[in-house]
Each structure stands twice: as structure tokens, then as C-alpha cells.
Design a protein around this ligand. Sequence first.
Ligand code: PGA
Length: 252
Amino acid sequence: MRKQVIAGNWKMFNDIQASVDLSAALKNGLSSLSVNCEVIVCPPFTALDTVRTVIKGSVIKLGAQNMHFEESGAFTGEIAAPMLKSVGCEYVILGHSERRTIFGETDQLINKKIKKALSAGMNPIFCIGETLQERESNVTFDVIRRQVVEGLKEITAEQMAKVILAYEPVWAIGTGKTASPAQAQEVHAFIRGLLTELYGNTVAGNVVIQYGGSVKPDNANELLGQPDIDGALVGGACLKAESFIGIITAAK
Ligand code: PGA
């Protein structure tokens, strides 16, 4: 039985004070609830250490939004896996569509990052998803296949126990347009089928596949109720403790 995983991607929001306020409100709000899913917050790099201190002793885990694939070196402006580990990050979002489209990240680059995160002992949250144009040209499944196969190249079955996938249709991110539960389930089932081809039934059956794209408290229940949707990667709705908690309580 897979445990659902709800992760909040803060993106480029929240200075230190706002980060303290949000993480403290989340910690407080969750303290009186029985939480039966994994909860992860992914603040910007500048707030990681502070948020780590605030969430100490709670169920909330810490993640980053990106990292470089090298161990260290002359890469001005970049952050390495050991640095993230040293501030308590257990998770790292890799291959988010904003990284792919705005910063030109390729499947090959993302694959290098996933390998690095795993060798550093972190859990990658590996994002995939088609654009509106790709969906309308009926190439969604080809795009997903390419992203999964290339992104997971040389990742072993054993390592897959640490990998979370996040299916985020690009047209649903930050747009208020959600994939219908049936549309999302269809792609999630396809992804699990692909993982079965690559790694066999047992491994594929254990991989957590999150859905992302305008997840809100009022649509979370139905999305999270789909058989192959194992959680959510949340953008906009994770910036308010109340709405993030609303999604967390919808998890199974
Ligand atoms: P959204 O973002 O919930 O604001 O659509 C999701 C994401 O980008 O991970």
C-alpha cells in the first residue's frame, strides 16, 4: 500500500519572515490533526535553514526546488546536493516544467540531477508533463514516455524506492485549470505501466506518483481518490497554511 505524499512547492515566494510565518502556521495547524500522509515543504534556498528550525519536531519534511548535478565546483549561483543535505533537505524537486521551459533544462540534464540526488542520499521528486500544444497534438503519451525513459536512464530498480514522480500537465500549472480526475488517472496509469515495463510490477506498484497542477482543497479529494494518484505537488495553494492543510487532510 503506497503512502500518499503531499508536497508544497513555494517557488520564488516568501522572504524569511513570511517563511517563518507560513511554516509555523502549518506546524500549528497540523499538530492537532492525525496526519496519515507524508508532508513536505519546499521553500526557496534562502529559507531552508530557517524553515528547518521552525518545523523541527513536526511531521513536516524539508525539500528543495532544484540543485546542480555536480558535487561542488566553480558553478556561480548554483547549489549542490551536499549543501542541501547539510540544511536538512531529504527531498529535491527536479525537472519542474518551469525549469524545463524557462531555464532550458533537458531530459539529459534532469537525469544527471536525479542520479546525483540519489547518490547523495536524497529523494528526488521528478516532474514530468505535457504542454497544451502537445496534448492538443495528441502526443501526450509520447512526451511522457520520453521524459520518463530519459529521466530515469541508469536508475536502478533499487534506487526507484527513493524516487517520487510528479505528473504535472503544464497547461494546468498556475492556470486554475485542473486535469479532470479521469484525465489525470489515465496518464498516471500510463506512467505506472511504463514503470512496469522498465522495472517490473513490484517496483512500479510501490512508486509514488503525485499529481500537480492547480490542486486545491476543493478538488483534492476527487484527484487523490484515483487509484494511481498517490499525492499532490502543490504550488499556489501551498502558500496559505489553511489551503495546504485542506489538501493534506484530503490525502488517504
Ligand atoms: P500550481 O503549481 O499548484 O500553482 O498549479 C503546481 C506546481 O507547479 O508544482
